[in-house]
Design a protein around this ligand. Sequence first.
Ligand code: GLU
Length: 330
Amino acid sequence: MKNFIYSLFFICSSTILSAQHTYPKDSLQQLLHSTLVESKSYIEKGKVADYIPELSKADKNKLGIALIDKQGKLYTLGDVHTKFTIQSISKIIALMIAVQERGEAYIFSRMGYYGTDQAFNSMEALNTRQKPLNPMMNAGAIATTASIIGNGDEAYQKILKMIRFITNNDSIKLNEAVYLSEKETGNRNRSMFYLEKNFGLFDAKGEESLNNYFKQCSIEVDAVDLAKIGYFFAHNCTRFDGDKTYYNPEMAELINSIMLTAGMYNYSGEYSRKVGIPSKSGVGGGILGSVPGKYGIGTFNPALDTQGNSAAGLYIFEKLSKKLALSIFR
Ligand code: GLU
């Protein structure tokens, strides 16, 4: 009898688990709806970034979710066509290009694979180690972009081209006002660039290389574009429409693992426990999620918590992860 009850329990629990994995499609749209409604209360907990003056103009109430399933079907809800600057999320594309060109060993001899308890713009590791902690914090991202081969704005052009390819969206372009605002006020980033140049972390390059970093951060996208990039890394660098030009399981594994350890700034560890989805956020308010073998997810709301992550976006990811059993540790 006891054995019978145990096996009944086992059958029931595995049915529940597999039911979570194959969420019915119309319920998925419903889940997105209820999640979006609930997430609205988190907007007030955040604040739009203003350390780059131009970012402070974002409308705090714009909120959107985009999700692409394994078959490439797109689900959207809310303000998914509102444009915002990609900011830190561009760092995964720069890393992909730099590793393609230079190899992983070269890039990671110049920075670490570490997670962090420091803010995204921390310079501490440059003082203590003479190297950035990882390619997701500003210090590492500036060195990564400076390692991309080419003169002038070539590195930026490569990043833009790759984002346009992955999203199959040639209308993606620079937000000139944000770029100029970053360039004008980015003295902390500028000092990291010169310190790194002094340490010989990249070939001698002029400030146009730092400008490429400012430009890549100022590329405008929407939540759907983020979901498409998330899908790309969730499916071994296959595009949402099946295009395999850049198919590369090794690259997807690298990008996903770096996002998991450092993609959500100093919240990455707790995020890994609570959400468990390789993700990258940006101070423009976007969060991109890559659920390996399954979904690409993009969220947008510009009200950030104290660690620089979109507060409503975090709620959405946590809820979807729980409801759809998306943690990679499940
Ligand atoms: N452009 C921003 C900066 O360098 C990017 C930061 C971010 O999104 O985390 O400060």
